[in-house]
Design a protein. Structure first.
Length: 212
């Protein structure tokens, strides 16, 4: 039987969520560079010391909804059955399970704001690149530990392609999401992007008709 979270843990989760929601609201209304960490902490009525218990900085709190999904992906990857299916299918199913696990209507709104901010604030580029590399490194470790995979570039390339499909899906979703943003729409876009991967490898570089 599942027991209720201890009061202290629930309070910590409420504080973390308040920091995320307040940060996304302030960054969206005033711009990422237009809000200082002091102002964010003052708005939530916490100290900077408390802030740093949850997040490494402004970039970290701004990207938290999306990064939470990837952390759930890593947890799902540890337990999803290794049943001999193609690796890309297994990773696609894992990501969709992680999305279902974290995604509710509130998450969808936060995630859309988070992705839009990542496109507007250049300071997030290096942060996101580091997070992506770190996460992919962990994905590779889990895959090679759990599965019988070859020691060649194919496993890493499969991981890179999964991330590329996610970026295409999330980018289009965040730019065109309705009000409120739809989690099923995001999942459908991701499935379509993964389905397009094989065709992208065989796409021919034909000249445009007017250049022939």
């Amino acid at each position: 039987m599942t027991t209720a979270s201890p009061l202290r843990e629930r309070k910590k989760q409420r504080t973390r969520q308040a920091l995320i929601d307040t940060a996304l609201h302030l960054f969206s209304s005033r711009g990422f560079g237009g809000v200082t960490l002091d102002e964010l902490c003052e708005e939530v009525e916490v100290s900077k010391r408390t802030f740093f218990r949850y997040f490494a900085g402004k970039e970290d709190v701004a990207m938290a909804p999306l990064h939470d999904m990837w952390r759930a992906f890593l947890e799902e990857l540890e337990t999803i059955p290794a049943d001999g299916r193609p690796l890309m299918e297994l990773m696609e199913a894992t990501l969709l399970a992680a999305l279902e696990r974290v995604a509710d209507p509130a998450w969808a709104g936060r995630a859309a704001l988070s992705y839009r901010l990542s496109q507007e604030a250049s300071s997030m580029d290096a942060y996101n690149l580091h997070f992506c590399e770190s996460t992919l490194g962990t994905v590779m470790e889990v895959l090679h530990r759990r599965l019988d995979l070859p020691a060649d570039p194919r496993t890493r390339l499969a991981g890179d392609m999964l991330v590329a499909a996610w970026r295409v899906a999330a980018g289009g979703w965040a730019a065109e999401a309705g009000d409120p943003p739809s989690v099923p729409d995001l999942a459908a876009r991701f499935r379509a992007a993964v389905a397009a991967l094989p065709g992208s490898l065989t796409l021919t570089a034909d000249p445009r008709p007017e250049n022939r």
